[in-house]
Design a binder for this molecule. Structure first.
Ligand code: FES
Length: 335
């Protein structure tokens, strides 16, 4: 005959082994809550309690002064070191005050209960918890000074932490949708030299900028000579490349990775893939830079190209939704 152990239900099912409990072990008894062992550090010592209140008030005064300092630092140009110091003092003072209140002026006692052998606490335990919480409110209510002080700290600190919103800078409006590229803008190298199609050998890759503003952070663009390789061109982008000998020739794509904005410029001439060195997003150039690996959520936008009367490479227009959307990272994918 085999002994069977009656396994009580648990929050995780009926098999206590799943969370490391051997059902053959006897369940330990709960240690009942000790209703009488509730005390606080300065119980029966009003002088000590007043001193404790003053210590807490001092900690929160530090918070208020640091909050005012934080506001001043931001108005004065947001020195990072000073702002960090103020943040540290503000949060530190708040935390120290709360810890002192809990340690010195709030009742406390140890409660030990076994776990796992019942889903719901016994009625007696629940009543004891409610009573314990009630007993905690009482001493708090006897400290109106600390409550008022806490309200003041919340107000001053709340106003101060609104100041960093100024760090977000001016609203971008439509600026993130525009670059310096546009109709007839020449592509130039970093030193301002305009580029002709013949400057790019087969498989050549070159970073170019709009002649009108080579410092435009959104404008860096890659010219890639694909020679006679087939490129999957959607109908709306036909005529965006500069054909060479009637073949695909040169295409232009944004150099800014659509994941987090690193320069995606490691070109593998064998696989015709562009790799971003930051997190290894990989773009298939023969599929107009569609992402095929890594975290980039969308392809590199394509810039429509043409050749001007002097034979230099120019853009037909700025980057647009037809070419894969604005340049840059995931901001555009948040809907
Ligand atoms: S920035 Fe290019 S993969 Fe992350």
């Amino acid at each position: 005959m085999t002994d069977t152990v009656e396994t009580p239900p648990t929050p995780f099912g009926r098999n206590p082994r799943h969370f490391g409990i051997d059902p053959s072990d006897p369940w330990p008894d709960d240690v009942p809550m000790d209703q009488d062992d509730t005390h606080w550090r300065y119980e029966g010592d009003p002088k000590g309690a007043r001193k404790a209140e003053r210590r807490i008030a001092a900690a929160w005064t530090v918070t208020m002064l640091a909050s005012v300092g934080l506001a001043v630092v931001y108005v004065d140009g947001a020195n990072n070191v000073l702002a960090g110091l103020c943040w540290g003092l503000a949060f530190g003072g708040l935390g120290v005050g709360m810890l002192l209140w809990a340690r010195d002026l709030m009742p406390g006692h140890d409660v030990i209960a076994s776990r796992g052998h019942h889903n719901v606490s016994s009625e007696a335990d629940r009543v004891a918890v409610a009573e314990s919480l009630g007993r905690g409110l009482d001493p708090m209510a006897r400290r109106p000074f600390l409550f008022k002080m806490l309200g003041a700290v919340g107000g001053v600190f709340g106003i101060a932490i609104a100041f960093p919103i100024a760090s977000l800078g001016p609203r971008p409006h439509r600026n993130l949708y525009k670059t310096a590229w546009g109709k007839g803008v020449r592509a130039v190298t970093q030193d301002g030299t305009p580029v002709k199609p013949s400057d790019l050998p087969y498989n050549g890759i070159l970073t170019v900028f709009p002649e009108t503003n080579i410092h435009d952070a959104l404008a860096p663009t890659l010219l890639i000579n694909l020679g006679n390789l087939d490129n999957e061109t959607p109908p709306e982008r036909v005529g965006w490349n500069i054909p060479i000998d009637g073949k695909t020739g040169i295409i232009a794509v944004s150099k800014i990775c659509t994941h987090a904005g690193c320069p995606a410029s490691l070109y593998n001439v064998v696989t015709h893939q562009l790799v971003c060195p930051c997190h290894y997003s990989t773009f298939d150039v023969l599929q107009i830079c569609k992402p095929i690996f890594g975290p980039a959520p969308r392809g590199l936008p394509q810039l429509p190209l043409a050749v001007d009367a002097q034979g230099y490479i120019v853009s037909q227009a700025d980057y647009s939704s037809a070419g894969g959307g604005p340049v840059g990272p995931g901001f555009w994918n948040r809907g």
